[in-house]
Design a protein around this ligand. Structure first.
Ligand SMILES: [Zn+2]
Length: 454
């Protein structure tokens, strides 16, 4: 347990000054003797509960930080081959973010890089394309997830094959990611990966992230003090939707484990099936719609009636908004990434980054929720914009914007001059369980001085 720490010169959501003590992993707003304790001067900065990313993919995000970014290219861009070959000077290549990756196959990737393993992930994350060398790494008996052409040979395309691909290659390093997330004020993370199993959960828990973890999974997940077992993740895939009976059975199987469900819904069809299945199997408080990228107005009272929480990705307005404006039917545009209309319909709303598929910084997500501006500066669904405090609330644990007496000392102190809803980097200090894990004034890992042994 860390030593007690006095937090002085704080302000609350209404600008009122106060002091507090973090002790025993809890926040004390009164009654804790402060004499002789260590002090952290907040310099008038606002105290917040630690932020929560309610939907992230940790392993994929850590891996993406080491991958080649192709998000500005198309499969037929002349720059594609040179960029991948340049990365190959450092060894096998993983590339991510390519729109239209399904137009590639193993033969096309072999023409770019014949001798080293090359894997290219589609922007949506659901598809990998491998060259022959990368396919060979999977071993002689290719599993059914590997697509085959009419001639029976593997095309190189693997749909939703993350668990399969994880077996090849070393696990990504999560500790640098955890430090970055602490810098953004994130103290709790919900990993939404359907592929998480006991071994993967153990790998995540051992990786040295300072944040508290909630883990979803497709199948069973053991209880463990290092993580909270989250909802069962269900992914009805629009290309091959399961039957209503199969979805209802999957929900019943989650109930048999005593768990909520969190259902991936990015199309009208996926949402309609999910709502019908939850109406059939019965919904519970805590059941979640993930993404809710397209929600029709007629679905709002149904979602509210079933008591479902929507976990939206406002950062997608920034990351995908321009493509949406280009590709999504004009009639569907009011349904894209709803925020304020969900709150108005009485639907509990939370936010997740869905990193690596959206921006990981919650302050960029909050800004996108407030401005509804795309990366190119276009406006997308301006009427769905939230006020800054409402956008912040999507990232907070239950209980409001001012940490209560006795609450866990998972805390964020903002800079005095931080501008909520506009500032991408407003955090001065982050504490988890009363332990400072990030401090702007005194970096946790100062750069070594050349010639001086550490
Ligand atoms: Zn996701």
């Amino acid at each position: 347990m860390p030593r007690p720490l006095v937090l002085s010169n704080l302000t609350d959501s209404r600008g009122r000054p106060f002091d507090a003590v973090a002790a025993g992993g809890r926040l004390w707003l009164r009654g804790y003797p402060a004499d002789g304790l260590r002090r952290l001067d907040a310099q008038g900065g606002r105290l917040l509960p630690g932020l929560v990313d309610h939907h992230i993919h940790l392993m994929a995000t850590a891996a993406a930080r080491m991958a080649v970014d192709l998000s500005d290219l198309a499969p037929d861009s002349p720059a594609l081959g040179p960029r991948l070959r340049a990365a190959a000077t450092r060894g096998p290549v993983r590339a991510i973010g390519l729109d239209g990756a399904d137009r590639l196959d193993a033969a096309a990737l072999d023409r770019i890089l014949p001798d080293l393993p090359l894997r290219v992930q589609a922007r949506t994350g659901g598809l990998w394309v491998l060259n022959r060398s990368a396919l060979a790494e999977l071993g002689p008996d290719l599993p059914p997830a590997v697509e085959r052409g009419p001639d029976g040979r593997p095309t190189g395309r693997i749909w939703r094959g993350d668990a399969l691909l994880r077996r090849a290659g070393p696990p990504p390093n999560l500790s640098a990611l955890g430090a970055d997330l602490a810098r953004h004020g994130l103290t709790a993370l919900t990993d939404a990966s359907v592929t998480t199993d006991a071994a993967q959960a153990d790998a995540i828990a051992r990786a040295g992230l300072p944040q508290r973890l909630t883990l979803m999974s497709g199948g069973a997940l053991p209880a463990d003090p290092r993580w909270q077992v989250g909802p069962v993740k269900l992914v009805p895939d629009d290309r091959d939707l399961p039957s209503l009976d199969a979805m209802a059975a999957a929900i019943a199987a989650a109930r048999a484990q005593g768990r909520n469900v969190a259902v991936h819904c990015v199309t009208h069809a996926e949402l309609a099936l999910t709502l019908a299945a939850l109406a059939t199997a019965g919904s519970l408080p805590g059941d979640r719609i993930e993404h809710g990228a397209l929600i029709g107005a007629d679905a709002l009272p149904v979602i509210a009636g079933l008591g479902l929480t929507v976990v939206a990705n406002p950062g997608f307005v920034l990351a995908r908004g321009d493509r949406w404006l280009d590709q999504v039917d004009r009639a569907d545009r009011p349904d894209l990434c709803r925020l304020s209309s969900l709150i108005a319909a009485g639907i509990p709303l939370l936010a997740g980054s869905d990193a690596p598929y959206g921006p990981v910084n919650p302050w960029e997500i909050i800004r996108a929720a407030c401005t509804r501006q795309t990366a190119a500066g276009a406006s997308l669904g301006r009427s769905e914009a939230l006020a800054p405090e409402a956008a912040l609330a999507l990232h907070l644990p239950p209980g409001g914007p001012d940490p209560a007496h006795g609450a866990p000392a998972d805390l964020v102190i903002l800079r005095l001059d931080a501008r909520m809803g506009a500032d991408p980097d407003p955090v001065a200090h982050t504490l988890i369980g009363g332990t400072p894990v990030y401090s702007r004034a005194a970096p946790a890992h100062p750069a070594p001085v050349p010639g001086v042994p550490a």
